[in-house]
Design a protein around this ligand. Structure first.
Ligand code: HEM
Length: 252
């Protein structure tokens, strides 16, 4: 709250999220501003960081996926700016990475369980009756592991299931409710993918992430509000050297 008050009274507004909300309307109370910032941090930081932890674990036990991710990065680099940060177009072009992150989210959805209260009595398409005031829960974690939804290979980490002729193929949000579905769906979904893809690309291009051997075999989930990896992920990090070939392609 102090930060909110200080920022408001100083009048020094920058490019950050809080400054943007302050300059949007003078009617926003200090409490509202505090709550919206906390919501964005909770919604946007822990979800993406938990996903990335699982992602780096999964690619460490699936080297074939890691190789394909690096191949895609090389190909995308070869088509555009070859050094520095990736452009938005290049990030968008990372279809296989999008698929690998979606596959991570299927197996380890950061928001594993969701609860809703029924505002009105209703009958669902399958005939289930729900009464006004009742609580309904669904689990994105269980749905991601459903054979009925994902087929007999549901247990496998297989980004290819999201690909169609080299392009990422999204699935219906009601089948994959990791970002929720319907009118109150996650507002940051696209931003989350852009953030995660940018981080993954930057890390994979610059560093070799080696998961410490003893923990490689099995990681357990921890059900808090966010689905985390129990004990975190101990890794060894080595800096790589990026080499530019004569034809402009990059060796990672
Ligand atoms: C992997 C990353 C993310 C996942 C899995 C995720 C998942 C979700 C889910 C399941 C909800 C619905 C929660 C509920 O109503 O009970 C939600 C809501 C929301 N998310 Fe995300 N989220 C992610 C990243 C982000 C990011 C990066 C932002 C913003 C920077 C963000 C902003 C929001 C906001 C503002 C809502 C509330 C929407 C509303 O109530 O109308 N999320 N998210």
């Amino acid at each position: 709250m102090q930060i909110v008050r200080r920022r408001k009274s100083s009048g020094e507004l920058g490019d950050d999220l809080l400054s943007r909300f302050i300059s949007e309307s003078s009617s926003y109370s200090d409490e509202f501003l505090r709550d919206i910032i906390v919501s964005f941090v909770l919604a946007g930081r822990d979800t993406t960081s938990a996903t990335l932890t699982w992602f780096f674990y999964l690619i460490s036990i699936h080297p074939e996926v890691k190789t394909k991710l690096l191949d895609e990065l090389r190909a995308v680099r070869a088509r555009g700016a070859r050094e520095g940060e990736l452009t938005v177009e290049q990030v968008k072009g990372l279809n296989y990475m999008h698929a690998a992150l979606s596959e991570t989210l299927r197996l380890y959805p950061p928001v594993p369980l969701q609860t809703r209260a029924c505002a009105e009595s209703d009958v669902w398409p399958d005939g289930t009756k729900v009464k006004k005031g009742k609580t309904v829960m669904y689990s994105a974690y269980a749905m991601g592991k459903s054979e009925k939804i994902w087929g007999s290979d549901w247990e496998e980490f297989r980004p290819e299931r999201w690909m169609d002729e080299g392009e990422f193929r999204a699935v219906n949000a009601f089948k994959f409710p990791v970002f929720h579905a319907g009118p109150r769906m996650c507002l940051g979904k696209e931003m989350a993918y852009v953030q995660m893809k940018t981080v993954v690309a930057a890390v994979m291009e610059r560093f070799e992430i080696e998961v410490v051997d003893e923990v490689k075999k099995k990681r357990e989930v921890e059900f808090t509000m966010i689905l985390r990896m129990k004990g975190g992920l101990p890794v060894r990090v080595r800096r790589k050297t990026m080499m530019m070939n004569d034809d402009g392609t990059v060796e990672i």
